[in-house]
Structure formats: structure tokens, C-alpha cells
Design a protein around this ligand. Structure first.
Ligand code: SF4
Length: 314
């Protein structure tokens, strides 16, 4: 068996920043420390922080007044910020700057009188946060069929935005339908699907023809991880999206010569290495690391933490 390790894979700059923010906040404030939603969509990461005493909540009113709360990398709607302020919570905003960019675009388009078509998945934390910026002005478009069927009164000014972690190919198909149906549609100055999502998809797209089977380390609720597994399956290759290698039935790997391993943007490298170690020990696999694109992106910690580190406590 040969393993091809895709590069880039795993943690992106937004996830690194969010996890580092939570680690620093734990050092500074100790527990109990609250996080609104999962800090990133990865079960092993969330389990690790739970063991350290971090409490993950889905509603701000679960948090005792006066406590400290972190907003996750996926961002929050303004109503959540207002609810936090009403409870006198000290908020640390670990929203990925590339999600914040989409929020700002939504606010700008809404202010300019556009109706915004947000291409994304209903119920995803990021989509809920973005829609909350201009709930009266945003309509969700989830797939090509919805793009074909959606209608607006004559003269409606239309703009589109996308979730940051979509399939590049799916988004392009949906946008081209919308452009055909609404020729005056405008979009963001720079596309919303983030560099990390694009690069991880590009690596799988390039390597997958050589693979017999694909393993994606990542959680089932991680949008960008799911897209990687889908991409492989659409090219006719079996793909397993798992948090840990132990979740793959051994029979699924037997008899395969080439295994492509990648990881979603929220999956720790430790999970990749455990997977590699297992395949080496169990099947005598050799390992080849394949670099499709270099990445060198870094985001600073949230300003609330930077101010504390500089001794400014407000
Ligand atoms: S996947 Fe993209 S948008 Fe999401 S946290 Fe990472 S860099 Fe930010």
C-alpha cells in the first residue's frame, strides 16, 4: 500500500487563530469559560477543551451574567452580540477574518438596497451568523434547483455572497444559473470561498486520479471536510470522512494500493498521523507527501486578547 499525503491539509489560519484564542483565554481567565457554539467543527478538538473545563453553549442565556464568552471561528449574528452585552458578558471574538469579510459585504449590500442571495447550507453556524447581519435582505440559495426556481419582483436589485467553505465547483454552477436568470446580479469584489477551502479541494482534485480510496480526517458537521469527501466520490473514488482512523472498517481499506489522505481545515494533524501510523503498521504502507500548493497565511489573535497581552485591560 502507498499513502499519498495531500498538502495543504488540516488546520487553516482561522482555525489556528480560534484554537490559540481559546488556549490563551483559558490561561488568562481559567474556568468556567464559555464558548458560543463549537469553537471549530471538530469533535476531537471540542472534546479536548471540554476536558479542560470549557463549556460549549448554543444559547447565550445558558451563560451566567458577567462571565467570559468566546465566539467561534464561524462568527455570530448581531443579536448574539446584543444578548451578550445585555448579560454583561465579556466577549472575545474569535471569528475568522474571512467570515467577517462576508458579514461586512452583507451589511454593505443591504445598506445599498440589494436583496442578497446567500449561497450556503441552511443551519450551518456561519450561515446563521451571516444572515443575521441583514435578515430582511438575505435569501438562502442552497442548490442549483433553488437557483433555477427562485423569483423576485421586477426591478429588484440582486447581489450574491457565498459561505466560505463551499465546493468551488458547486458554487460556480449555482452562480452561473443565477447570472443567467438575473443578468444584473452583482457579487463580492473578491470571492468568498476562502483560500483554505479552495486549496484543500485543489489538492484532492489533482491527486485523486491516482488514488483507489480517499480518507478525509474531519467531522461530519465540518462543511469544508464534507466537500473534500464529496469531491472524491464525484470522481468515482470511495471516500471516508472520519474523526479517527478507527472509524473506518478495516475491510474498506484491504486490497487498495494507493490511499489518498487529507484533512479538513478543522482537523488536527495528530489525527492524520495516527491514521498514517495505523496504515504503516497494519498494511506496511509507504508514505509520499505531495505538495500541490504552499500556504503561508496567519491571522492575529482577537483584539480583546491582544490588548490584554499588551497590558491594556480597558
Ligand atoms: S475554513 Fe476558511 S473561513 Fe473557515 S476558519 Fe478556515 S480560513 Fe477561515
Amino acid at each position: 500500500m502507498k499513502i499519498i499525503l495531500a498538502n495543504p491539509r488540516g488546520f487553516c489560519a482561522g482555525v489556528n487563530m480560534a484554537i490559540e484564542s481559546l488556549e490563551r483565554a483559558l490561561e488568562i481567565y481559567g474556568t468556567p469559560l464559555y464558548v458560543y457554539h463549537e469553537i471549530v467543527h471538530n469533535r476531537p478538538v471540542v472534546e479536548r477543551f471540554k476536558k479542560l473545563g470549557v463549556v460549549f453553549v448554543d444559547h447565550i442565556d445558558e451563560i451566567p451574567p458577567g462571565s467570559t464568552v468566546l465566539y467561534s471561528a464561524h462568527g455570530v449574528a448581531p443579536v448574539i452580540r446584543a444578548a451578550s452585552a445585555a448579560r454583561r458578558l465579556q466577549a472575545i471574538d474569535a471569528t475568522c477574518p474571512l467570515v467577517t469579510k462576508v458579514h461586512k459585504e452583507a451589511v454593505r449590500f443591504a445598506r445599498e438596497g440589494y436583496t442578497i442571495l446567500l449561497i450556503g447550507h441552511e443551519g450551518h453556524d456561519e450561515v446563521i451568523g451571516t444572515m443575521g447581519e441583514a435578515p430582511e435582505n438575505i435569501v438562502l440559495v442552497q442548490d442549483e434547483q433553488e437557483a433555477e426556481n427562485i423569483t423576485f419582483p421586477e426591478g429588484t436589485r440582486l447581489a450574491y455572497l457565498t459561505q466560505t467553505t463551499l465546493s468551488v465547483e458547486d458554487a460556480e454552477r449555482i452562480i452561473s444559473i443565477l447570472r443567467r436568470r438575473f443578468p444584473h446580479l452583482v457579487g463580492p469584489a473578491k470571492e468568498d470561498i476562502c483560500y483554505a477551502t479552495q486549496n484543500r479541494q485543489e489538492a484532492v482534485r489533482e491527486i485523486v486520479p491516482e488514488a483507489d480510496v480517499v480518507i478525509v480526517l474531519g467531522s461530519q458537521n465540518s462543511s469544508n471536510s464534507m466537500r473534500l469527501a464529496e469531491l472524491a466520490r464525484m470522481r468515482g473514488k470511495p471516500a471516508y470522512l472520519v474523526d479517527r482512523v478507527s472509524e473506518i472498517p478495516e475491510s474498506a481499506l484491504q486490497g487498495h494500493e494507493t490511499v489518498l489522505i487529507t484533512a479538513g481545515a478543522s482537523a488536527p494533524e495528530e489525527m492524520v498521523q495516527q491514521c498514517v501510523d495505523y496504515l504503516v503498521a497494519r498494511f506496511g504502507a509507504t508514505v509520499e507527501s505531495r505538495v500541490v500548493r504552499e500556504e503561508n497565511v496567519h491571522f492575529p489573535l482577537p483584539k480583546e486578547l491582544r490588548l490584554i497581552e499588551r497590558g491594556v485591560t480597558g
